[in-house]
Ligand binder design. Structure first.
Ligand code: ADP
Ligand code: MG
Length: 580
């Protein structure tokens, strides 16, 4: 079972593989040398009545060979581990890079727990494949051949017995493997499901508690764990059975060789030294094949994980649709000032309902443009398009008249600050989290940005001030505090274009006021797209766009829109009703 794509990975460590194979050959030669020496020493002492002094050299050689074998097998191990570590590291990087390029919209669609399981357990499962299974394949192919090469000229009968029994072992291994394959696949699936489910439960703990559903979840997890236990036992049972079969086959085959030799010894048809040499080699002949069998199951887990890894790696990156504009990718647009969307269409992959249909609007330099509309209207989708996490399926987006597709995505993003509803804080200190806005920023710059964001006061009150760890596993910040850290980040980034997606939604009125204050400082003098479901924030916007079902249905200033008595009027009335 040699997986093509995994071998592709292994090519990157070709030197290691070549070394493994050479060491395998060395092992084979040492095995033969050990058997010859041992046979000749025994022969000399027991049949030719030689003294210790006479066989001294033979004994020394034997000790040397045994030591050398230990060194070679240690080297094989070290090299295999190195190669495996290198491949695992490279694959993890590749996975991470690919997930980063796929962007947040994709990660939202995947079950995060499953991805985490893949990055950790999945990649780890490859260790057995590369560090144990592959070197063993080399040994299993080389050593028996080498032994045959020495046995055949000495004794044809033994050679033929070895030759015909050897294929039985791989044959049974494949037979059992086919059966176990389905079980290991199931085991991997269940493990992924379990990880995904645990994460879901942890993330949704509040909701589950409030609705009194945590008991149900405990039951679901208990059921999944039990499934997992059963399949694991199933896999172990097969592994045990195959070990038994392999053991039995190699013992019987060795016995066959021994019986054939014994009979001929009795009738004096073969010299003792030769017979003994052959007898010593017979178990060594089957050993690598047997070991291969026991590595087989570990290898299969690796191949299953690899299937999922390559599936994720194979997911296509979002590509800009062929544009009607000419020009090369990588043009720079200068400071983004004038941004326009013309007839933008967008449909999510795997759905057939278009989310945006002929959406057009403009952002003028220095303007605060608000985008409002009922939930599901496509507001967040527009933000993702502007951030180029998605590419439009039709129509065009341009900055200062240059099509967005022609700009390098990373360079474009360096000009945009994005504030989502729940900004993410990475594990690290507060200073590091703010400093992300501009790599290389000094602590003084970070503190200045925090002050502008109205965050310095609460940060100074944290146990270790700016050095307090936050994020996963660190101090918990409240929603309003996290938002102000994110605003400080944006101040530091000093991007000319700012996109806010419901940045103040979900905050209590007092906190919202603090955040709002910081925001109005941030937005001054910049081009802003302010997405809001709540309407309290948008009265002062220069221009308001009302989005419904993927289309801009109304636009203008607050008073004009109210006067139209249309969707905007209805949204405002509903919002006031909510407040009352
Ligand atoms: N990753 C996705 N895959 C498929 N459909 C999506 C995805 N994200 C959002 N949608 C759908 O697109 C529509 C618009 O979503 P969104 O832009 O988030 O709306 P809004 O931000 O205005 O509430 C919704 O019907 C939503 O169900
Ligand atoms: Mg949204």
């Amino acid at each position: 079972m040699i997986d093509k794509r995994l071998m592709g990975e292994a090519k990157k460590v070709r030197l290691y593989l070549a070394l493994t194979i050479s060491l395998g050959l060395c092992t084979g030669l040492l095995i033969v040398l050990q058997a010859t020496t041992l046979a000749s020493v025994i022969n000399a002492v027991f049949l030719n009545q030689q003294t210790l002094v006479q066989v001294w050299n033979g004994l020394l050689l034997l000790v040397g060979v045994i030591l050398l074998r230990a060194v070679v097998s240690w080297l094989t191990e070290v090299i295999a581990q190195r190669a495996a570590a290198q491949i695992k590291g490279a694959l993890r990087m590749q996975l991470l890079q690919h997930l980063l390029s796929l962007g947040p919209v994709h990660a939202r669609g995947e079950r995060t727990g499953e991805l985490v399981n893949l990055m950790t357990e999945g990649v780890e499962a490859l260790e057995d494949y590369f560090a144990r299974y592959l070197p063993q394949v080399a040994l299993a192919a080389l050593i028996p051949l080498l032994i045959l090469f020495f046995v055949l000229p000495i004794d044809l009968t033994s050679g033929i017995i070895l030759l015909f029994t050897a294929p039985l072992i791989p044959f049974f291994m494949i037979l059992i493997g086919k059966w176990a394959d389905h079980l290991t696949k199931k085991q991997w699936d269940i493990m992924s499901r379990m990880s995904a489910h645990f994460l879901d439960v942890l993330q949704g703990l509040t909701t589950l508690k409030i609705f009194g559903r945590s008991k149900d979840q405990v039951r679901v997890i208990a059921r999944i764990s039990d499934d997992f236990r059963k399949t694991t036992l199933g896999v172990l049972r097969v592994a045990f059975l195959s070990a038994l079969v392999l053991e039995l086959l190699s013992t019987i085959s060795t016995a066959l060789v021994a019986v054939a030799l014994g009979l001929r010894l009795v009738y004096d048809r073969i010299p003792f030294q030769e017979a003994f040499f052959l007898l010593l080699l017979a178990p060594e002949f089957y050993l690598p094949l047997r070991n291969l069998g026991s590595q087989f199951h570990a290898a299969m887990a690796g191949v299953n994980a690899a299937n999922r890894i390559f599936e994720v790696l194979g997911q296509p990156l979002p590509v800009p649709h062929p544009t009607t504009y000419g020009g090369n990718v990588g043009t720079t647009c200068g400071r983004p000032g004038h941004i326009s969307l013309q007839n933008v269409n967008f449909t999510y992959v795997g759905t057939d309902q278009p989310v945006l249909q002929g959406c057009s609007f403009e952002l003028l330099p220095g303007q605060v443009v608000a985008l409002v509309g009922p939930s599901g209207a496509g507001k967040t989708t527009i933000a993702q398009l502007l951030l180029r996490f998605l590419e439009p399926s039709g129509g065009g987006m341009a900055v200062n008249g240059i099509p967005l597709q022609q700009l390098d995505a990373d360079e474009w993003r360096s000009q945009v600050a994005f504030l989502p509803q729940n900004p993410y804080l990475f594990y690290g200190t507060v200073a590091e989290n703010i400093g992300m806005g501009r790599p290389g920023a000094t602590l003084a710059e970070i503190a200045a940005a925090a002050k502008l964001a109205g965050a310095d006061q609460f940060i100074n009150e944290l146990p270790q001030g700016y050095q307090t760890p936050v994020g996963e596993g660190g101090t918990r910040l409240s929603g309003g505090q996290a938002q102000r850290v994110a605003i400080a980040r944006a101040f530091l980034k000093d991007a000319p274009l700012i996109i806010l997606d419901e940045a103040t939604t979900g905050l209590d009125p007092a906190t919202e006021e603090l955040v709002q204050e910081a925001l109005s400082r941030l937005l001054r003098g910049r081009t802003v797209l302010l997405i809001a479901h709540r309407l309290s924030t948008i009265y002062q916007a220069d221009h308001i766009l009302v989005l419904d079902q993927g289309r801009v249905v109304e636009q203008g200033r607050h008073e004009q829109l109210l006067a139209r008595q249309g969707l905007y009027h209805r949204l405002v009335t509903a919002y006031r009703g909510e407040l009352a």
